[in-house]
Structures are given as C-alpha cells and as structure tokens.
Ligand binder design. Sequence first.
Ligand SMILES: NC(=O)c1ccc[n+]([C@@H]2O[C@H](COP(=O)([O-])OP(=O)(O)OC[C@H]3O[C@@H](n4cnc5c(N)ncnc54)[C@H](O)[C@@H]3O)[C@@H](O)[C@H]2O)c1
Ligand SMILES: O=C(O)C1=N[C@H](C(=O)O)CCC1
Length: 273
Amino acid sequence: MIGVAVTGASGRMGSKIIRTILEQDDMKVVAAIEAPNTPFEGKDVGEVIGVGTIGVPVNGAEKLAEVLTEKKPDVLVDFTIANAAVGTIKTSAECGVNVVVGTTGFSDEQMEEMKNAIENNKVKAVIAPNMAVGVNVFFKIIADLAKILKDDYDVEIIEAHHKHKADAPSGTAVKAYEVLAEALGRDKNECGVYGRQGVVGARTPEEIGIHAVRGGDIVGDHTVLFAGEGERIEIVHRAHSRQAFVSGVIKAVRYVVGASKKISDMGDVLGIK
Ligand SMILES: NC(=O)c1ccc[n+]([C@@H]2O[C@H](COP(=O)([O-])OP(=O)(O)OC[C@H]3O[C@@H](n4cnc5c(N)ncnc54)[C@H](O)[C@@H]3O)[C@@H](O)[C@H]2O)c1
Ligand SMILES: O=C(O)C1=N[C@H](C(=O)O)CCC1
C-alpha cells in the first residue's frame, strides 16, 4: 500500500487528487497539508473536500516535517504555489519522502534548488508541469513537427487558462517553448517573445512567441502555431477536466516509488520519451 501525503489538499487539484486516491486499492492518503495556519487545521480532510470523514486531519505547512516524520508517507504530491513548493520539496527530501511535483511557476533558480535537494537525499521525484497523457504526447508531436518544418515556419505558442491561475505563461507553455527551441536548435534564453505591445517592428524568423489568455473556467488549452506562406499548421490540446491531470498524478505516484532515475518527467512515467 502506497502512503500518500497531499499538499494543497483543499485546492482545485489537491481535493481531486484525494478523491481519486480514495478510489484506488494500492494507495491511501496518510496526510493532508494546507497553507500555514490554515483555518482547516485539525479538521478531517474528507469533510473539508466534501467526501465525508476519511480519518485524515488537515495540518498547516508549519507542521510538515513533524507530520512526515510521524506518518512516513512513501510519496508527497504537491500542487500548491511555487514559492511554497520549494520549501515543501526540500523538507520532503530531507525527511526521505519521494515527491510528485505538479506545481508550476518556478524560476530556474527555484527548480535548481528543488532538484539539488532531491539529488542530495535518498528520494526519487517526478516533476511535470502537466500530467495529462495527451499533453505529453502533444510535446512529442510539436517536437517532431518542428524538426520537419525547420525554419520555414514562424512558431507561436498560445495558452488559455481560468481566471484564478496565478502564474503566466503556464508551465506547460514554458515546457512547449523549451521543446520547440531544442528541436529548432535555438537558444531558449534568446528566442522567446512573451507577448507583444507597441511598435515592436517586424517579427524575426528566430523568435518564438508565447501568449497567455486568462478567463472564465478554462481548464487548460495549449496551441502551437506553425505559420508559413499561404498556410499554417496548428497543434491544439484542450483539457476539459482536471481529471485528465489527476489520472497522470496517480500514474506518477505508482511510478516514483520504483523509479530507477532520481528525477523523472511524465515522458518517463508514460514511457513516451
Ligand atoms: N502539473 C499539472 O498537471 C498541473 C495541473 C493543474 C494545476 N497545476 C499547477 O498546480 C498548482 C496548483 O493549482 P490549483 O489550481 O490546484 O491551485 P489552488 O489555488 O486551487 O490550490 C493550491 C492550494 O495550495 C494551498 N497552499 C498554499 N501554500 C501551501 C503550502 N505551503 N503548503 C500546502 N498547501 C499550500 C492553497 O491554500 C490552495 O488550497 C498551480 O501551480 C498549477 O499551475 C499543475
Ligand atoms: O502548465 C500549467 O501551468 C498548468 N496550469 C493549469 C492550472 O493552473 O490550472 C493546469 C494545466 C497545467
């Protein structure tokens, strides 16, 4: 039985992850962590998320080390916010708990800090900005297409998400950008253009535009546009439900406990590298 600690337990993702773990016969929720000094402290997380009592209390993040030491989960699943997740992952690694990180919005420095903590402790990790199977197939499609089209087409990325999303562009769009830059042999530190405003002049062939749309309850749409002379190709992924991500989380939890690599992504989990 895989014991799972869930951080962001009452959030849009955390609550669905807990609901879905309850339906599995090879894993169970052993800890539910929320923001420091959460008003849900001590309440049963099942009651908080509306599934009835499950015998797991909510604890604030200030008690994370204490809870991980007592409950000894096999995996901690984090869907919170970048500035919090770095500390969560470092504490989890120091406590010997494997991690599945779905949170997005990390700076390069924050990502390096998390990866160092994982590398320096006896834990494994899956880190992925999008855990939907379809998105990880999407990443392969856009890479293959970019290699075929090469520099003959202008490349733009458009993402759209709900009005509550705190970070932009999405972690998925950033990953798509990195995939495209590598496939096209471009420097990812140079070719990104994040929105356009004013008299910016003609587009250069090397640039890759990245644009973030926010509004309503959009779960997650990503489009890569290859614009040529007289035609364009658009590769689109649309998430209709957060359950698409949650299904990937469950796969990642099962994968990480037996992972041979220290740090894996969803391509490793799904075997579609
Ligand atoms: N990888 C993926 O497939 C995927 C899918 C969906 C969302 N996300 C990302 O997951 C993150 C969360 O998304 P969401 O829609 O669930 O957000 P949300 O705001 O609904 O949930 C975040 C939760 O984290 C809690 N929290 C804040 N600080 C915390 C801390 N220190 N410890 C524990 N909990 C803390 C908040 O109180 C909140 O309940 C975002 O970064 C989002 O981009 C990734
Ligand atoms: O890539 C991201 O960032 C994602 N964010 C969405 C969210 O914040 O709800 C979900 C899809 C991935």
